[in-house]
Design a protein around this ligand. Structure first.
Ligand code: NAD
Length: 480
């Protein structure tokens, strides 16, 4: 407790000019685990000004000169992995081993972009006339505002800040109000890594004042956002006035399709992971499971057995597989989706209720739930649940599976399980989703592109695509 100087502006820690603070609570107990400064508009303006002042010198360095800072951050993340993982678990509840994996993933992102940042080149454009030469050069876009969610409070930050800094941009980070402490820890590491003052700035606090300043301030040239589609639309509209670029990683409603020729054990294991990791609070988590009618009974029975073998409890307990939901609103939404589906005819296979008493006391626990007979207009078939609730629907033909899967305003991740080579190629081509995982539940690493279509977002993270977001291409022609 008592952590109040958590704004990092122009290389110095400070409290908010409003004097306000925000208490952070452990979702497994509601116990307070920290307190941060709640930045106002003036603080946000100062942070943007610091980033704008630092931009020319940082942008003027080569990628190779910027890389050592990022590699030092990678080293420090790995050195402090245990403590950072504990901070993530205390703030948002995920099991410690998932948090530990997240810290390793974040370190990998700083390593990858330290290298990728060295490879930003341009293009020689063949001229139409003999006495002209043309180049396309790529340069950092300018000051970047990064706004991140609580469900991967370190990885989503690293996914934005590593490529932004590697590209030569200076940044302002606004982490989620539920999970600011892990961002504070990261910025302490930035300081120790010797990042020059003003290159990375941190404003903790509530979204309204910070968001308004980010939107109206013309010095911010790009907003990179991960969060809900609702907030993404608000930012997209607000960015228009000063014509900022936007990169949006938004919500999802992932279909998970199991064909009759799938390796059932693999598909059951993957269906569990793709739904219940992080207690269902992942943008790419399965929202609808479609199983071929001929294997549905066996599949659901095996999945039920697996889910019931898992331990629900506080993330800090070593035995825990599934932690609490992040807050009361998240728990209510999951329970409402269950109740609505039940009222409209779904059958509860397992779970279906809140967990309370004993080790669950004070926490936001929803029993891992499987529902059969799910169909529209159940809310769960179109709204993101963001909780450990899995609705199952059967299908009989490939066309039916595709039609069911594509019946969504979202288009982030989709999963396909089949051993048929033709289906492996053709089904992904027919799915209106940006990240499709065939016979696996995780997708590839930071080197691969990741992003959504439709209302799941604009732009890509990962690989060279993730760096392109932070670059502008300029055309230069020479008369010779
Ligand atoms: P959210 O939109 O409520 O909040 C995300 C961030 O935006 C937070 O930092 C919040 O403070 C900030 N914010 C909210 N209103 C704002 C405003 N008016 N101005 C400026 N900032 C504002 O989302 P959430 O509940 O924190 O996160 C869950 C959502 O994020 C889910 O929909 C999930 O699918 C999505 N998500 C997407 C990805 C992806 O890569 N596509 C990854 C993780 C989470």
């Amino acid at each position: 407790m008592g952590e109040i100087g958590t704004l990092y502006i122009d290389g110095a820690w400070s409290t908010s000019s409003t004097g306000e603070t925000l208490v952070i609570r452990d979702p497994s107990s509601q116990d307070p685990v920290g307190e941060v400064s709640a930045a106002g508009r003036d603080d946000t303006r100062s942070a943007i000004r610091a980033a704008a002042n630092a931009f020319p010198a940082w942008a003027a360095r080569s990628g190779a000169e910027r890389a050592p800072f990022l590699l030092r951050v990678r080293d420090l993340l790995l050195e402090h992995r245990d403590g950072l993982a504990a901070t993530i678990t205390a703030e948002m509840g995920k099991p410690l081993r998932e948090a530990w994996g997240e810290v390793g993933g974040a370190a990998g992102m700083f390593e990858y972009y330290a290298e990728e940042g060295k490879r930003v080149g341009g293009t020689i454009v063949p001229s139409y006339v003999t006495n002209r030469r043309s180049h396309a050069i790529r340069q950092p876009v300018g000051v970047v505002a990064a706004i991140t969610p609580w469900n991967f409070p370190l990885a989503t930050v690293a996914k934005k800040l590593a490529p932004a800094l590697a590209a030569g941009c200076t940044v302002l980070l606004k982490p989620a109000e539920a999970t600011p402490t892990i961002a504070v820890r990261l910025f302490e590491l930035f300081e120790r890594a010797g990042l020059p003052a003003g290159v990375a700035n941190l404003v903790t606090g509530l979204p309204s004042a910070i968001g308004e300043e980010i939107l109206s301030n013309a010095d911010v040239r790009l907003i990179t956002f991960t969060g809900s589609t609702r907030t993404g639309k608000h930012l997209m509209k607000g960015a228009a006035d000063t014509m900022k670029r936007i990169a949006l990683e938004l919500g999802g409603h992932a279909p998970f399709i199991v064909f009759e020729d799938a390796v059932i054990d693999d598909a059951v294991q993957a269906a569990y992971t793709a739904k219940f990791r992080n207690a269902g609070q992942v943008c790419v988590n399965t929202n609808r499971l479609f199983v071929h009618e001929s294997i549905a009974d066996d599949f659901v029975a095996a999945l039920k057995e697996l889910v019931e073998s898992k331990v629900v409890g506080p993330g800090a307990d070593d035995a825990t597989d599934i932690g609490p939901l992040v807050n009361e609103a998240a728990l209510h939404k999951a329970l409402e989706h269950i109740e609505d589906a039940r009222t409209l005819g779904a059958q509860v296979v397992t779970g279906g209720h809140q967990l309370s008493g004993g080790r669950f006391e004070g926490g936001y626990y929803c029993a891992p739930t499987i529902l059969r007979g799910a169909k529209k207009p159940m809310r769960i078939m179109s709204e993101e649940t963001f909780g450990p609730v899995l609705p199952v629907t059967t299908f009989t033909t490939d066309d039916e599976a595709i039609a069911l899967a594509n019946d969504s305003s979202y288009g982030l991740a989709a999963y396909v399980f089949t051993q048929d080579a033709r289906r492996c190629f053709v089904i992904p081509e027919r799915l209106a989703y940006g990240s499709i995982r065939v016979n696996n539940d995780t997708g590839d690493g930071i080197h691969a592109p990741f992003g959504g279509v439709k209302e799941s977002g604009i732009g890509l993270e990962g690989g060279p695509w993730g760096l392109d977001t932070f670059l502008v291409t300029k055309s230069v022609s020479y008369q010779i």
